[in-house]
Design a protein around this ligand. Structure first.
Ligand SMILES: Cc1cc2nc3c(=O)[nH]c(=O)nc-3n(C[C@H](O)[C@H](O)[C@H](O)COP(=O)(O)OP(=O)(O)OC[C@H]3O[C@@H](n4cnc5c(N)ncnc54)[C@H](O)[C@@H]3O)c2cc1C
Ligand code: SF4
Length: 327
């Protein structure tokens, strides 16, 4: 790992100015940034520690919604009683992510900014071709081992999966990401790779995430996050689904449904076709399974990742049935 300087920001403005300088990187929990520096992907000259910025670690939940500070630790949010009661999908997504040690260090803002686990991206010495790391250099994953790569939202330039869990739950629950200068719908925060996979978020240089907010809705209260992975802990999703559900007064007709997928797409993936197909319909196993196939509409398999096209709809159906009390 290259040497770098350390600076501590004492205000958001100072952090913004510092972060906008070339080769300066914000440091929150450090669980991603230092990893990437060790493998030679991140090469900061200076890391700007934002962990002492006051007021960014608070979690507030009331009748209108929730506001979670960017510096709140993943473990604090996962354990927060009101988040668990009002936004179970958020608490579950965080509790199923990484390990207790990582969750105790890592922050909400850092979690949203984590980068892909594409093995080619993370090994620049062995694989110089990576459009995300080095625009225009090609993609070593195409034609390589693709078991963990995306089947949705890919392009000829990049097929890397967005790896995080939290953003998938935020996508299902229509969260807003607040920065030092504006508010961005989570849907608009993560672009598709297209021809510019190096542009991974809507953040401009020097822009900080300050908080995430969530509207209070019946679908958020009745929500869940289901994650399928190769082992039960310390593992990224092979496929995951965040689901929010509201039933009519009859207790069986779907009034509102929110579905987002993780582990299978280049960004947190909202499955609106599944939502539309089931809204107004009775919550029945066969119907849910049939509609869940729409979750992978337009999917493209590239070798070893074909299994995700079968797996993802099953995960979606299981999550809908579980949150509806059918399974
Ligand atoms: C072994 C391992 C397993 C993991 N498994 C999972 C998993 O299953 N699911 C999952 O979701 N995650 C997983 N993670 C990722 C982990 O959740 C992230 O590393 C963590 O959330 C990053 O938070 P941090 O505060 O440590 O970020 P840092 O490492 O400090 O920062 C990460 C990036 O975000 C930027 N940044 C940080 N804060 C801000 C801010 N407020 N505004 C703008 N930019 C900011 C930094 O400059 C940096 O580029 C895993 C990580 C490890 C090491
Ligand atoms: S899939 Fe994307 S991140 Fe992975 S090597 Fe190709 S361009 Fe790089």
């Amino acid at each position: 790992m290259r040497n770098f300087s350390y600076a501590r920001a004492t205000s958001i403005d100072e952090a913004r100015v510092q972060a906008a300088l070339p080769a300066h990187a914000l440091l929150a929990g450090g669980t991603t940034l230092l990893d990437l520096a060790k493998c030679g992907v991140a090469e900061p000259d200076t890391v700007v520690d934002i962990t002492r910025l006051g007021g960014l670690d608070t979690i507030r939940v009331d009748d209108r919604g929730a506001r979670i500070g960017a510096l709140a630790k993943m473990s604090h949010v996962a354990d927060h009683a009101a988040i668990r009661a009002q936004y179970p999908a958020i608490a579950e997504a965080l509790a199923l992510a990484a390990s207790p040690q990582v969750r105790n260090m890592a922050t909400i803002g850092g979690n949203l900014m984590q980068r892909t686990r594409c093995a080619y991206f993370r090994d620049p010495a062995a694989f110089p071709a990576c459009n995300k790391r080095n625009p225009g250099s090609g993609c070593a994953a195409l034609g390589g081992v693709t078991r963990n790569h995306a089947v949705l939202g890919t392009s000829d330039a990049c097929i890397a999966t967005y790896p995080g869990d939290l953003a998938v739950a935020l996508m299902a629950l229509d969260a807003v990401i607040h920065t030092s200068g504006r508010s961005i719908l989570v849907e608009d925060f993560f672009p598709l790779p297209g021809t510019t996979p190096h542009r991974e978020t809507a953040l401009e240089p020097g822009e900080l995430i300050t908080a995430v907010s969530l509207p209070a809705t019946p679908a958020a209260r009745r929500s869940t996050y289901l994650k399928v992975r190769d082992r039960q802990s310390y593992e990224f999703a092979a496929a995951s689904a965040a689901v929010g559900l509201e039933l009519e007064a009859d207790g069986r007709t779907i009034r509102e449904l929110r579905v987002a997928l993780g582990g299978v797409a280049t960004r947190p993936w909202r499955a609106r076709a599944v939502e539309c197909a089931l809204r107004g319909q009775p919550l029945e196993e066969a119907r849910v399974k049939e509609a869940s196939r729409l979750a992978v509409e337009g999917a493209i398999a590239r070798g070893d990742n074909a299994y995700k096209i079968d797996l993802a709809p099953r995960v979606v159906a299981r999550a809908i049935l579980a949150v509806g009390g059918v399974a």
